[in-house]
Design a protein around this ligand. Sequence first.
Ligand SMILES: Nc1ncnc2c1ncn2[C@@H]1O[C@H](COP(=O)(O)OP(=O)(O)OP(=O)(O)O)[C@@H](O)[C@H]1O
Ligand SMILES: [Mg+2]
Ligand SMILES: [Zn+2]
Length: 273
Amino acid sequence: MNKMIHTQELELSSDYCPKCKGKKSMIINILGKNRKVPVLCKCEKEEYERQKNLEENKEKLYKLQRLREHSLMDESFKSCTFENWKHDKENGKMYKIGVAYCNRWQEMKKKNMGFTFWGPPGTGKSYLSFCIANRLLKSYVPVIAISTIGIINRIYDSYKRYGESGEVAIIHSLKNANLLILDDLGAEYTSKLGKEKQIIYSILDARYRDKKPVIVTTNLNLKQLKEKLRGNDAVDRTYDRLLELAPPVEIKGTSKRIAVGKEKTQMIKNMIH
Ligand SMILES: Nc1ncnc2c1ncn2[C@@H]1O[C@H](COP(=O)(O)OP(=O)(O)OP(=O)(O)O)[C@@H](O)[C@H]1O
Ligand SMILES: [Mg+2]
Ligand SMILES: [Zn+2]
């Protein structure tokens, strides 16, 4: 009886939220003593959830931003997305392969599965590869997507600053990417020393040993690519590695650059009229 009175005494009207009329405190019995403890009313709970979501979104955004920064991706490729994909008679299969790859990413990663997209210039090989990169980045998969010349230049720059250890550091940093996209393989220059070939081998070999996939694009055919990658000792170890990591997928079709050019011409026409 005594306890009841005590409880009632503690429950003041100020313990109720004027907005949602929910309780803002409750009485609980701690070690035989009734104590008033604060609780969240409905609007406070909602506010708490809102703040929590805000924080989480901020964190997610921050994480995405950092992943994008680390992706080394050129600004111009950030708009390559499956959402922006322009469907035509030739690129249905490419779209399907790309979307399926992303949907089955966990399995692809486990099987260390990549692609060598090869075919004539302008057929959308880079576009497809960067769509994959952007879709995976969006779901927080660390991806590095860079032109082969771009990565070689980075390594040469780091030689100047750090000597040989620069190459090691850059190749090591590629490890952090669960997927590496090497755009335009075979377009890199080749010095007399064949240093670029050795760099490409080191990159592919590291992917191989780390069991991490790589996607490559090239506008060389497979025979040309094999020749281009052949070591100074005439051994095809880089090409062999590549084929195991990234099985070839032929991309056929006409150059989309003509269509892109036509669109721009139309734009200019519209501007004058
Ligand atoms: N599915 C697509 N949706 C929208 N634009 C596309 C698509 N595919 C290609 N393009 C556009 O067409 C042009 C050529 O595509 P892309 O650069 O991907 O070709 P590529 O096969 O990589 O050529 P290369 O072998 O010369 O590197 C680019 O401007 C690209 O943005
Ligand atoms: Mg390309
Ligand atoms: Zn309330």
